[in-house]
Ligand binder design. Structure first.
Ligand code: ADP
Ligand code: MG
Length: 628
């Protein structure tokens, strides 16, 4: 826990200057605060001297007892003389002196509040700066993480940690941090003045303090455990919202609104319960410290009155000043007592945020990785095996060669491992064993960036961002391409036909995930994107299976053009274009069970023969259906 806390504090480093000023402002504020309390003493002395005068009629006599009492305490006198005494003539007539004290008090208050403003403002400044840095750092790391990580982690949990948890952590860094420092200082400065008034009374008033911490220990452990549950459930709430909203079509189409409502209220109920259970302990922190504080006050009242009444050791004015100060003394102690409960969620949140920050990036570039500049001769898969989860292989010893400029088709039932195979090609995952070579260079020796830049993927689920059509087509290379190039790509993809009819043309914003476009239109935008990037290696993963016949014919032509001069991997359910592929790999359960050209495979029969027969006999997959 301490380690986590120190790690959080490291984020303060760039801002130590500003933070230092903030802390300084807090300290000055605390000192002035304690001091303004001490000013009550001369005020009351003068006031009582005044009343005494009124009753007894002589100023000199009335002033005497106050001075007497004061003489016992050099420290306090020294402090007051050095400050108030310089500005206000205390030997002046009481009404005049009181006026002076009031004005002095006002000035002290004014200065005190200037520092109050300063500390609040600067603390907020540092707090936001640290939050920004931390969020950016987590995000930077997050986008570098492998697809495998995102397969394991729910998006809602990620969002929750980047928003809610970072928010929790924020106050830990600065607000609570500066409060701790200023509480300690406040405590010390109040303590100093109290000792100056009477060390005996001070001693008595602090004996109760350790009690606060003694009671706290056991409660704190429960609070910590509870906080961990709470944050986890907050992530679940996020996840649920995020997942159902992105699948809202399915929810509605399945009439599952009630089902989702129930599931959601279960999560919010669990959150509520966890929160309340933890709060029960956290809320105890206040009354407990309050009670201990009250106990302290009782002791002060009892012992202080005795001191005033019996010995004349301190005057009544000092005693009242002391009492006021003791309240000030208890408040930082009360805070420090509660502090562990207050910062607990921040510590737990820090742990969760750092967990992401520490998540290893498994697919890394080797030092001295080469730039990838396209395929000269061939791509080889050599005994490639892969598993997402340990012990559950999805690909088994796949070996084949794809010549540069050729079309390799992958067919087979769904779940056979086709998508996984092409994902390995982009190094989204790494083979568990075996290797993939481009012109005899292992993929792992190539720079990831250059590899992916040279790889175009059009898949069944097209991803569009909530942005203009232009930005979606030119995604990632926007600065490098002109409007003409974008339009040419859109033309080639048969996308310009519908884009030109949109209200703002290329500037039309397509809605989140492109919901304002039809499936065919989205697909054509994705193809335009691939054409524009002009990649030497192209992967078409069931690029047309979501399309109707009409748009499929258009897309088909676009794709024909796209294939020219590239090394292509085509995954398809429907077999007609595949007939022209240079090599067809038939996959089943992670293995290549047949390979060859269309004609050869038909002669062989086997799985390919079956797939072919199924398609051309069934009335749905009619011939002429140009499916890829
Ligand atoms: N991200 C993933 N995590 C775990 N298993 C996966 C993941 N993606 C796919 N699989 C599994 O790997 C196998 C092959 O999937 P995939 O390559 O998508 O098949 P295809 O594209 O041929 O339909 C399937 O059994 C699937 O359940
Ligand atoms: Mg697939």
């Amino acid at each position: 826990m301490v380690g986590l806390y120190l790690r959080v504090l490291r984020y303060l480093r760039p801002y130590w200057g500003v933070f230092g000023i903030a802390v300084l402002a807090s300290l000055i504020f605390a000192a002035l605060d304690a001091f303004s309390m001490a000013l009550l003493i001369p005020f009351m002395r003068t006031l009582f001297a005044q009343t005494d005068t009124a009753v007894e009629g002589t100023a000199a006599e009335g002033a005497a007892p106050a001075t007497q009492a004061a003489e016992g305490d050099d420290l306090l006198e020294w402090l007051l003389d050095g400050t108030l005494g310089r500005f206000v003539d205390m030997s002046a007539p009481p009404s005049e002196a009181i006026q002076g004290i009031i004005i002095f008090l006002l000035v002290i208050f004014l200065i005190k509040n200037v520092f109050d403003f300063l500390r609040n403002y600067l603390v907020a400044w540092v707090e936001q700066a640290v939050t920004r840095d931390l969020r950016n750092e987590v995000y930077d790391h997050l986008v570098d993480l492998d697809l495998g990580f995102f397969g394991r982690t729910r998006v809602g949990q990620i969002v929750s940690r980047l928003t809610h948890d970072v928010e929790q952590l924020r106050t830990l860094v600065t607000k609570e941090q500066s409060k701790i420092i200023s509480s300690v200082f406040e405590f010390l400065s109040v303590l100093a003045i109290m000792i100056a008034i009477s060390w005996k009374l001070t001693l008595v008033s602090i004996v109760v303090l350790p009690g606060i911490f003694a009671i706290w220990g056991p409660l704190l452990r429960r609070v910590r455990r509870g906080d961990r549950t709470i944050l986890n459930l907050a992530g679940e709430v996020h996840s649920h919202i995020q997942e159902t909203l992105s699948g809202i079509r399915l929810v509605k189409a399945s009439g599952a609104e009630d089902h989702e409502r129930k599931r959601f209220s279960k999560v919010t109920w669990a959150y509520f319960k966890a929160f309340i259970r933890t709060e029960r302990f956290r809320a105890l922190s206040h009354p407990i410290t309050e009670m201990v504080g009250a106990l302290g006050t009782v002791v002060i009242l009892w012992y202080g009155t005795r001191l005033v009444l019996t010995g004349g050791e301190i005057g009544a004015e000092e005693f009242i000043g002391f009492l006021a100060l003791s309240m000030k003394l208890y408040s930082p102690v009360k805070y420090l007592g509660k502090m562990p409960a207050i910062i607990q969620p921040g510590i737990v949140a820090a742990g969760r945020v750092f967990e992401f920050l520490d998540a290893p990036i498994e697919i890394r570039e080797r030092p001295g990785a080469r730039e990838f500049e396209g395929v000269r001769d061939r791509i080889d898969f050599e005994d490639v095996s892969f598993s997402y989860r340990h012990g559950e292989p999805v690909l088994h010893d796949i070996s084949f060669r794809a010549e540069a400029g050729s079309v390799t088709a992958l067919v087979g039932p769904s779940g056979a491992g086709k998508t996984t195979l092409v994902d390995l090609l982009g190094r989204f995952y790494e083979p568990t064993s075996g290797r993939i070579l481009v012109d005899d260079v292992d993929l792992r020796d190539l720079s990831i960036d250059s590899l992916r830049r040279n790889l175009g993927i059009v898949s069944q689920e097209t991803v569009l961002f909530h942005d203009t059509i232009r930005a979606n087509i030119a995604y990632g290379i926007e600065e490098r391409v002109s409007q003409e190039e974008i339009e040419r790509a859109a033309d080639a993809a048969h996308a310009s036909e519908f884009i030109d009819r949109l209200p703002s043309g290329y500037d039309t914003v397509v809605g989140e995930r492109g919901t304002q476009l039809s499936g065919g239109q989205r697909q054509r935008v994705a193809i335009a994107r691939a054409i524009l990037r002009d990649p030497p290696i192209l992967v078409l993963d069931e690029a047309t299976s979501a399309l109707d016949t009409q748009s499929e014919r258009l897309v088909q032509q676009a794709i024909e053009r796209l294939l020219e001069g590239r090394t292509v991997f085509v995954i398809a359910h429907r077999l007609s274009t595949i007939q022209r592929a240079d090599r067809i790999l038939v996959m089943k359960d992670g293995r290549v069970v047949q390979s060859g050209r269309h004609g050869e495979l038909l002669d062989e029969g086997g799985l390919y023969g079956k797939l072919h027969a199924l398609q051309f006999e069934s009335p749905v997959g009619a011939p002429g259906d140009a499916g890829l």
